[in-house]
Each structure stands twice: as structure tokens, then as C-alpha cells.
Design a protein around this ligand. Structure first.
Ligand SMILES: Nc1nc2c(c(=O)[nH]1)N[C@H]1C(S)=C(S)[C@@H](COP(=O)(O)O)O[C@H]1N2
Ligand SMILES: [Mo]
Length: 236
């Protein structure tokens, strides 16, 4: 269920493929308009260094619920048919099934969510496998500079290899100690605490290491390539 639009209407399920050529839903049209208008930008000159910045980034408001935001396509991927492929410019490409994921060293982290539509949610406790562990196993080649994340609903988003490798990035399978629900990206989603939440791909299916940066679904629709909440990199 997608509620990521100002009037809380449910958009048509639009996107279904990686080729990003599906007809535009109401959600997508609205969010593209926000990018054109620079909606929610405060222009505050926030300091982005972790020690100096406020916990709540400029233009954000705190919520205690957890909104569900996505394209309206809810993939039904159970643990039995879930796979995660790590490939591209790596010396050791691999595909995990659910049992392989469970066999990896566990990593936990508590972090804050900042969605570009202006809500933030504090103290989310995630458990899963760290991105650093995936990078170490895959061994990126010298020319791998970015990752492109692919999801089971056709969604994509991109990160620099440095942003993906940050110490607090993980593939999460639980939230607050419970299995991640399907609506929030279960069985497994990415969590990238230092970026707006659209970088945190739900229902992750593939991590592709690439040389050329490849903008993802929102990045080609007016959203910033990096998405730092403290400097309001909402649009770009
Ligand atoms: N696969 C996939 N991941 C996605 C999205 C999506 O549509 N599909 N939406 C993104 C956006 S815009 C946001 S704000 C967050 C919302 O995550 P939540 O529904 O768990 O709050 O997921 C991000 N990851
Ligand atoms: Mo979002």
C-alpha cells in the first residue's frame, strides 16, 4: 500500500520492471512535481558532520508510527524462494538463498529514518548482515565505484561504493526484534541511515557493482543522487 503522497491517496501500481518505462502513477507524478518545485526545502545551512549536526535534519518532523511508502507493488517473496545475487565488477560473485543469509555473521545497529517526504523516525533497531561483510566477500575490482540495488518490485536505487560500505549500512531481516514485515520490505531490505530513506531498497534482490554511476528510480525522476538529509539533498 502506498501512502507517499500529500493527500494520502493510493496511487495506481505503476512500475513493474527495471526498464523504468511503465506509465507514471499518481505517486510518481506528485513526487516529480515536488522535485520540480523544490518542495520542503528550508534552505537551512546545516552542518553535515555527525558531531555538529542536529539529530533531526532540517525540514523534517518526528513521527512515532512507521509509514509505509513504496510504488504500490507488493512482491510476495517468501523465504523459500528468496535469493540475493551479488555480482558485477567483483572477483567473487555469489547468490544466497535464505539459509545462506542466515549463516552469515549477524550485525545489529540502531539508527534513525529520514524520509524525503519529511517524516523521521528515531531508534530503529535493525538486525541482519552488514554491507561491509558483503563487500568483503564479493571483493570489488579496482574499477567498481558504485552499486546499483535492484528490488523484487522493479525498484532500483544507486549508491557510491563508499556510501554502501559505511559502517551502519546493512541488509536487515528484523526490525525491533521481529521479522521485517512484507510491507516494509521483508524478507530483506537495505538500510542506509545516512541518506534519505528512498536509498534503502525494500525486497532487495540484487546488488550490482558497477563502474559508471547509474541513477535509480527516483534519481532519474528529479531526486538527488546522494540524498544527504542534513544538507537537504532532496532534489538534484
Ligand atoms: N523496493 C522498493 N524499495 C523502496 C521503495 C520502493 O518503492 N520499492 N520506496 C522507497 C521509499 S521512497 C521510501 S520512503 C522507503 C519506505 O520504506 P517503508 O515503507 O518501510 O517506510 O522505501 C524505499 N525503498
Ligand atoms: Mo520516500
Amino acid at each position: 500500500m502506498a501512502t507517499d503522497s500529500p493527500d494520502d491517496t493510493i496511487p495506481d501500481a505503476a512500475l513493474g520492471t527495471d526498464d523504468q518505462k511503465a506509465p507514471e502513477s499518481k505517486l510518481v507524478a506528485t513526487k516529480r512535481a515536488w522535485a520540480r518545485e523544490g518542495r520542503l526545502l528550508t534552505g537551512a545551512q546545516a552542518d553535515s558532520t555527525p558531531a555538529a549536526r542536529p539529530r533531526l535534519p532540517p525540514g523534517q518532523r518526528l513521527v512515532t508510527n512507521w509509514p509505509v511508502l513504496d510504488l504500490g507493488i507488493l512482491p510476495d517473496v517468501g523465504a523459500d524462494d528468496w535469493t540475493l545475487t551479488v555480482d558485477g565488477l567483483v572477483d567473487h560473485p555469489f547468490t544466497w538463498r535464505w539459509a545462506d543469509f542466515q549463516d552469515q555473521p549477524a550485525f545489529s545497529d540502531t539508527s534513525d529514518i529520514h524520509c524525503v517526504t519529511s517524516w523521521s523516525r528515531y531508534d530503529n533497531h535493525w538486525r541482519g548482515v552488514s554491507a561491509g561483510h558483503i563487500v568483503a566477500l564479493a571483493r570489488p575490482q579496482a574499477d567498481a565505484a558504485h552499486v546499483l540495488l535492484h528490488s523484487y518490485d522493479g525498484y532500483t536505487t544507486n549508491l557510491s561504493l563508499a556510501a554502501f560500505s559505511a559502517a551502519d549500512v546493512l541488509l536487515a531481516a528484523t526490525w525491533q526484534g521481529e521479522p521485517l514485515t512484507r510491507e516494509h520490505g521483508g524478507p530483506v531490505r537495505l538500510v542506509v541511515p545516512q541518506a534519505y530513506f528512498w536509498k534503502s531498497a525494500k525486497w532487495i534482490r540484487r546488488i550490482q557493482f558497477v563502474n559508471d554511476d547509474t541513477p535509480g528510480f527516483w534519481e532519474v525522476r528529479g531526486y538527488h543522487n546522494e540524498g544527504d538529509p542534513w544538507t537537504e539533498q532532496r532534489y538534484g
